[in-house]
Design a protein around this ligand. Structure first.
Ligand code: 3PG
Length: 220
């Protein structure tokens, strides 16, 4: 796989995500697991995470992980402006939303925090463009037709960068990442809830190492 050259400089958050090429999507049920999880991601070579607001523990976990300077930590499943404000206060360096919310986008922009709204259609993409967004989450990628749909959307919207998420796995991520409009992909396969709950951080590190190698093409 050809190396991807991120258009965004490494000094920016989008640039760092594009350099990592993978964004682990974390659902965490016990914030006490956060430090070990962060270490496993760092040791596995993906020092970044999107912490989804799907559990009562998510905000505490986000705060703990965001305090670690070795990690790039953002919040996902942000559904409204109030949540956006809270996660930014807790230290989220970027915000991801499953769909397009203008109020969330405006809030993040006003606070200088990159936001990657979820889009599934051309109409949502045009709303995102109108709001000044150039990188979106293509979600739920596999359910929407996967790479074939992403390719079709990328034709009229060549200026947009897509982060496909939802059903992305070790088996298909390489194909997504080979597309020039895809700086990075998101997924939970290297950080399954069952392994986090079971304290199996060595296995998370192993899956992360494997994912990072696929993402950078080191397995070719
Ligand atoms: C997300 O919110 O981004 C998805 O739940 C992640 O999808 P996955 O679990 O299929 O990787």
């Amino acid at each position: 796989m050809a190396a991807h050259s991120p258009e965004d400089p490494i000094s920016t958050i989008p640039g760092q995500i594009a350099t990592n090429r993978l964004l682990p999507v974390v659902t965490i049920e016990d914030a006490a697991a956060a430090p070990a999880l962060g270490e496993a991601l760092r040791r596995g070579g993906l020092p970044c995470a999107e912490i989804t607001l799907r559990t009562p523990a998510a905000e505490d976990a986000l705060k703990a992980l965001a305090a670690n300077d070795d990690l790039l930590v953002g919040a996902g499943t942000v559904l409204n402006e109030k949540q956006a404000g809270r996660v930014i206060d807790l230290g989220a360096r970027f915000v991801v939303t499953p769909g397009f919310s203008l109020s969330v986008v405006r809030h993040c922009q006003a606070r200088g925090i990159p936001v990657f709204p979820g889009i599934a259609t051309s109409t949502e993409l045009m709303m995102a463009l109108d709001a000044g967004i150039d990188t979106v989450k293509f979600f739920p990628a596999e359910r929407l037709g996967g790479l074939a749909t992403l390719k079709a959307l990328a034709q009229p919207f060549g200026m947009v960068k897509f982060i496909p998420t939802g059903g992305v796995s070790a088996a298909n991520v390489r194909d997504y990442l080979a597309h020039p409009s895809v700086p990075a992909a998101g997924g939970s396969w290297m950080v399954p809830v069952s392994l986090i709950n079971g304290g199996r951080f060595d296995e998370i590190e192993r899956l992360t190492t494997e994912a990072a190698a696929i993402a950078t093409g080191d397995t070719d």
